[in-house]
Write a protein that binds this ligand. Structure first.
Ligand code: PEP
Length: 254
């Protein structure tokens, strides 16, 4: 039985003042023992968030694929770990697009993060053109095969399926399409590690809101959510945590 993980991603948003939202989210997380709750904050907020948001896993949005060296402006896995991060996102589509990150880069980032004891949320997802061309599953499978570390397991790795066209747009795939893609991802993981793939959490991400969270979180092989916009305030993030908790506890989620 996989515990659900509800992870937020503040992207390039937030400030010390915004940590009051995190206080409220952490309070909700500590009252929700059946669900894991995590927040990827900007790197400048990792240490202050860790200092006050007990009950919540605080993480980074990226780490470099090298352990150290001449990479001005970048942060290593050891640096974010020292700041208090317990996990990092790698391979977010915004970084794949804006920074030109390749699957090989993402694989190196995941490996460096794991070496430093970070849990990893590894993102994959197709563009709208790729979906419309009927290539969504092939694209995601190729991304996974290219960016999964050589050795991995569900104790520290989660996959986030995030269709690029669903991120920040209010558009969400049908639950049937989400179920089909998550089943494909599970099967791809199984070709690498066999039955142990059943322990890897597969999150859905892309315009998750309090209105659609329950339907998505009830879908087969959806073990949680990666949430951007709706994670910025406690008012919109806490109902998503509550939906995950209700499903985990066998209560009506809506
Ligand atoms: C994201 O960027 O990871 C994301 C899921 O964003 P949003 O929820 O805003 O679509």
């Amino acid at each position: 039985m996989r515990r659900k993980l509800v992870a937020g991603n503040w992207k390039m948003n937030g400030s010390l003042a915004a940590l009051v939202e995190l206080d409220a989210i952490a309070g909700a997380a500590s009252r929700t023992p059946t669900v894991d709750v995590a927040m990827a904050v900007p790197a400048t907020l990792i240490a202050p968030a860790v200092a006050r948001a007990l009950g919540l896993m605080v993480g980074a949005q990226d780490v470099h694929g090298a352990p150290s060296g001449p990479h001005t402006g970048c942060l290593s896995a050891a640096m974010v770990r020292e700041a208090g991060a317990r996990f990092t996102i790698v391979g977010h589509s915004e970084r794949r697009a804006d920074q030109g990150e390749t699957d090989a880069d993402v694989r190196a980032k995941a490996a460096r993060g794991h070496e430093q004891g970070l849990s990893i949320i590894l993102c994959v997802g197709e563009t709208l053109a790729q979906r419309e061309a009927g290539r969504a599953e092939a694209v995601v499978t190729a991304q996974l095969n290219g960016s999964l570390p050589e050795v991995f397991d569900g104790a520290w790795l989660s996959i986030a399926y995030e269709p690029v066209w669903a991120i920040g747009t209010g558009r969400v795939p049908s639950v049937g399409d989400v179920a089909a893609m998550h089943a494909t991802i599970r099967a791809t993981l199984a070709t690498g590690i066999g039955q142990r793939a059943s322990a890897v959490r597969i999150l859905y991400g892309g315009s998750v809101t309090p209105n659609n969270a329950a339907d998505l979180l009830m879908t087969d092989n959806v073990d949680g959510a990666l949430v951007g916009g709706a994670s910025l305030t406690a008012g919109s993030f806490m109902p998503i945590i509550a939906a995950a908790a209700a499903i985990s506890e066998g209560r009506p989620a809506k």
